[in-house]
Design a protein around this ligand. Structure first.
Ligand SMILES: Cc1cc2nc3c(=O)[nH]c(=O)nc-3n(C[C@H](O)[C@H](O)[C@H](O)COP(=O)(O)O)c2cc1C
Length: 167
């Protein structure tokens, strides 16, 4: 099964989170996973996204919301047929109350408009609790501190994708 992890990352935090998610996901199954950074458009392969059963999306928090680069992608790039695919969101932020949850909600709203089957691996999935999605907070080592969360999120998303798409 193909899975895309699509994110925007300029200074590397969200990219690191994406790599931890990939590691966790690979503990759940033998997926073909591609990481694509909207900051490097040449890494974004629309065909692979279209072939993916799940598209996990990550954003840095910019002005208490998703970054404008991801918003632009959602608004303008309709070459990817996201309807019916599984979607899940993750974020990074600098501050505890810097709006990471709002960034996640915005991402999830866009996924819903695209007809994605959104999944948070939320608190109902047990401890440790993840709510709307994992957030790495703090520019120095915030993502490393949440490494276990990002890995767990990846594992849960992988398990759910198998449940949904493997008969
Ligand atoms: C333009 C801009 C706006 C930002 N706004 C916020 C913010 O509102 N809240 C916050 O917690 N962090 C904010 N940050 C910090 C980033 O969310 C944080 O450094 C993020 O981890 C960067 O991701 P990256 O390393 O993947 O590029 C902002 C950073 C930039 C460049």
């Amino acid at each position: 099964m193909k899975i895309t992890i699509l994110y925007f990352s300029k200074t590397g935090n969200t990219e690191k989170a994406a790599s931890y998610i990939k590691e966790g996901m690979l503990t759940a199954g033998d997926f073909e996973i591609r990481l694509m950074n909207l900051n490097h458009p040449e890494s974004v392969d629309s065909q692979f996204i279209n072939d993916s059963e799940a598209v996990i999306m990550g954003t840095p928090t910019y002005v208490a919301n998703m970054c404008w680069q991801f918003k632009k992608w959602f608004d303008e790039d309709w070459s990817c047929q996201l309807g019916g695919k599984m979607g899940a969101a993750f974020a990074t932020a600098n501050a505890m109350h810097g709006g990471g949850d709002i960034a996640l909600q915005s991402m999830i709203s866009h996924m819903l408009v695209r007809g994605m089957l959104t999944y948070s691996s939320g608190a109902g999935c047990g401890r440790p609790y993840i709510h709307l999605g994992p957030i790495g907070i703090g520019v120095n080592n915030g993502v490393e501190e949440r490494k276990d969360f990002f890995e767990l999120f990846g594992k849960r998303v992988g398990e759910q994708a198998l449940r949904l798409f493997v008969k």
